[in-house]
Design a protein around this ligand. Structure first.
Ligand SMILES: [Zn+2]
Length: 261
């Protein structure tokens, strides 16, 4: 199956458990039988499947969301940016395009083939959140240039030596997330000034979420979803530098549902 077929297949499975045909055949069948009744009950879910297929073709977020979920990456909907404002509609919003759409935030993250399409059918332009920590098996070294993160990162690398090449997410605002395999234990909240560490209790936005700057979040690799399942381990040397008395706030790893970048 190629990507298009696999994604369409995911949609069809998500919306109709009964459909077992391959998605390519399914779409052809659906289009050729629109308005007809190939078998009893089929007309009831044709429109849903077609909506799914159409959404897939028209929405750039939509397709990626399904690819994440199909690959076992849990996602949840996050507010986005529209006309320079947060989709929550509050003029005073301090977390534009970055806070969860749902009540339980990252705890609503799922790979469920029904819930994921349902979220983005309800909010087609929602940004995409991915929980860090055990939920996804991913932890993120969060470099914030506004707080000196770039300089700290250079200093840190000079101390610990070369780090394994890994998947990097670039936010639309100049920040970066270096992603590693989560070690499954409690992590410090920060490694140095301007460098946070996101594990259990946090989340990050993943591409192609939209940033307030008008730019979209981007991956540095062409096959990010595949890379997410094969991340290198978080280098112990990074943690050791902190344990040795490096700068950074004391443990404050659980920041609650609103934690993100
Ligand atoms: Zn908002």
């Amino acid at each position: 199956m190629n990507d298009k077929v696999r994604t369409a297949y995911t949609v069809s499975r998500a919306l109709t458990d009964e459909i077992a045909a391959e998605a390519e055949d399914l779409e052809v069948t659906i289009r050729s039988h629109q308005g007809q009744k190939p078998f009893q009950g089929m007309e009831d879910y044709y429109p849903h499947v077609l909506r799914g297929v159409d959404a897939l073709k028209s929405g750039p977020v939509r397709r990626d969301v399904l690819e994440y979920a199909a690959a076992g990456v849990p996602v949840f909907p996050v507010h986005s940016v529209r006309n320079g404002r947060c989709t929550c509609g509050r003029a005073e919003c301090k977390d534009i395009g970055k806070h969860p759409r749902t009540m339980h935030g990252f705890k609503d993250a799922t790979t469920d083939p029904k819930r994921v399409p349902a979220y983005w059918q309800r909010w087609p332009d929602a940004n995409i959140g991915m929980p860090t920590g055990k939920a996804s098996g991913v932890c993120a070294v969060d470099i914030d240039p506004r707080n000196g993160g770039q300089q700290s990162w250079q200093e840190l690398q000079a101390k610990v030596g070369p780090l394994p090449a890994t998947l990097i997410q670039k936010s639309g605002g100049g920040g970066q997330h270096y992603l590693f395999r989560h070690p499954g234990c409690r992590l410090p909240a920060a490694l140095a000034d301007g460098i946070d560490l996101k594990g259990d209790g946090g989340y990050i936005l993943v591409p192609p979420s939209l940033h307030l700057s008008g730019k979209v979040y981007q991956w540095t690799r062409k096959d990010p979803v595949n890379c997410l399942s094969k991340l290198p381990a978080l280098p112990q040397t990074l943690l050791d530098t902190r344990a040795a008395g490096n700068r950074g706030p004391q443990t404050n790893f659980r920041k609650g549902p609103g934690t993100r970048d």
